[in-house]
Design a protein around this ligand. Structure first.
Ligand code: SIN
Length: 511
């Protein structure tokens, strides 16, 4: 049975807006210490549907003191609560329960996700499936977090490496994948035996609160799984509290490189373990041997997933000059025939709006600046106010030069910037000429080139003849200023465990 203490005010607001599905999981309070709570100040902030900027919920605007109390609760639960005494099998069972519940409520979760993020229902459904695969995976991995017994160099000793949960984990998650970025972190943290305090983006907290309801129903003991919501006004102070509170031992953040650097500095004072999944500037290279249709399909998936608002999105296309015009023509034709923007809840809509005004302004300014400096427009190029305040057309630009801001900026919007190249060494140099290195993609049928280029790209993840590469089995993360650590895969656990070396000495042989 799901706990259900949504206020009557919240319920009537929600029922008007979520007439069909999603209602049962809408919450308008934070989840701390096993109960639904308001901010001590009583303050709330509004959550807007990016399609039309209507209010879809009001959630607590927690401040640093509220969050400190959530950390206390997670700390008590970590030190002495029932979760601290669980076996790996029991943690696996809790995660499996959560996975099953989220599976059963996947349509409700997708509806909430679409309302607050704007992505199409098809994309939300795909995100719930993808995100829940991390919970399933970590329910399995929980039982395999084994230590080691080492060879000893000294007789009469046994050397052990134990893996222990690191402590309270603070998980700060973004608005572009409000479900999957929580499961990828929380699944690993909970499998390791950590307790967590989750701060979702101020733009998309409703999905996180619905997940908390299901985590409670899955049986996670009090204090194990906490969700705190804050408005942009309090966000920096709350982030600082999560970084500087000594009871938090792990900080895991997904978001921009700029914010990641601030958190990195703030975490230094308490020497936390850090997992940072930051911005990208992914190259998408198509060599002349490539299958052009396959490359165009990859470009569609990689560029326009979530209306271009993904860290792994292709940001700079480099197309061999022999096939450049063919690629551009086919890409533009596919965009025109396949992309239908609108309200994500409407049948047939494939892509939603951008998340907020600052995002729309940033994309518009980048495109306008490039056009004013001579970039060539092949489709799109402007906002679509008739659809709603935050829509921007799927856009293709060629003849983009390094002097244009769009060339060096993570666009985070549905804009493809295409350049020509003629030589492998030059294009690799160009692809790597950026301080970040999250994902990179290339298309080639030349097997030697495949190995050569895959090794030379300075990124954490490479798609070869493939534009959609994320999955729970793979290690997700970047190099250079794209971050630290890996999420998903069996490596995803590493950030949440400490290794303790135990040396047992002076053991005697049988007398
Ligand atoms: C991101 O790019 O922000 C995460 C997307 C993913 O997990 O594929």
């Amino acid at each position: 049975m799901l706990a259900s203490n949504i206020s009557s005010q919240g319920r009537s607001l929600s029922s008007q807006l979520f007439s069909k599905r999603g209602l049962s999981l809408l919450r308008n309070q934070c989840f701390v210490d096993g109960e639904w709570r308001d901010a001590a100040s009583g303050d709330r902030f509004e959550i807007l549907n990016p399609v039309d900027r209507t209010v879809i919920g009001r959630v607590p605007d927690m401040g640093a003191a509220d969050v400190s109390s959530a950390i206390d609760s997670a700390h008590v639960a970590f030190k002495n609560g029932p979760y601290s005494k669980t076996t790996a099998k029991e943690r696996s069972d809790f995660l499996r329960n959560w996975y099953n519940l989220m599976n059963n409520h996947s349509e409700d979760l997708a509806q909430i996700l679409t309302k607050e993020n704007g992505k199409s229902l098809a994309e939300s459904r795909a995100e719930i499936k993808y995100g829940n695969s991390f919970v399933e995976w970590f329910s399995e991995e929980a039982r395999r977090i084994n230590g080691e017994i080492l060879q000893t160099p000294v007789a009469g000793r046994e050397l052990l490496l134990l893996k222990e949960p690191a402590g309270v984990a603070a998980l700060i998650t973004p608005w572009n994948f409000p479900f999957a970025m929580i499961t990828r972190k929380a699944g690993a943290a909970l499998a390791a035996g950590c307790t967590c305090v989750i701060k979702p983006s101020e733009d998309t907290p409703l999905t996180a609160l619905a997940m908390a309801e299901l985590a409670a129903a899955a049986g996670f003991p009090r204090g194990t799984f906490n969700v705190v919501t804050t408005s942009p006004k309090n966000s920096a102070l709350v982030g600082k509290e999560l970084c500087e509170n000594p009871k938090v031992r792990v900080m895991s953040f997904t978001g921009s490189t700029g914010v990641g650097k601030i958190l990195y500095r703030q975490c230094a004072s308490t020497m936390k373990r850090l997992s940072l999944e930051l911005g990208g500037n992914a190259p998408f290279v198509v060599f002349d041997s490539a299958d052009i249709d396959l490359a165009v399909s990859g470009a569609m998936a990689s560029k326009f997933r979530n209306t271009g608002q993904a860290c792994v999105s292709s940001n700079r296309f480099f197309i061999h000059d022999k096939i450049h015009d063919d690629f551009v023509a086919k890409f533009v034709a596919r965009i025109k025939s396949e992309i239908k923007m609108g309200n994500g809840c409407t049948e047939g809509v494939t892509h939603g709006p951008l998340i907020k005004e600052s995002q729309l302004n940033s994309v518009s300014e980048l495109v306008n600046e490039a056009l004013s400096k001579g970039a060539k427009l092949h489709c799109g190029g402007k906002a679509l106010p008739d659809l709603g305040p935050l829509f921007f057309e799927a856009t293709v630009l060629t003849d983009v030069t390094k002097e244009m801001k769009i060339y060096n900026t993570e666009i985070f919007g549905p804009v493809a910037v295409i350049n020509k190249f003629s030589n492998e060494a030059d294009v690799i140099k160009e692809a790597n000429d950026t301080p970040v290195g999250l994902a990179g993609y290339f298309y080639s049928k030349d097997i030697s080139q495949v190995f050569r280029v895959a090794r030379k790209l300075e990124v954490g993840m490479v798609g070869v003849n493939e534009g959609a590469i994320s999955c729970t089995e793979a290690a997700f993360g970047g190099v250079k200023e794209s971050g630290i650590g890996r999420e998903g895969s069996h490596h995803g656990i590493d950030d949440f465990v400490d290794i303790k070396y135990v040396c047992i000495g002076n053991l005697v042989d049988q007398k």
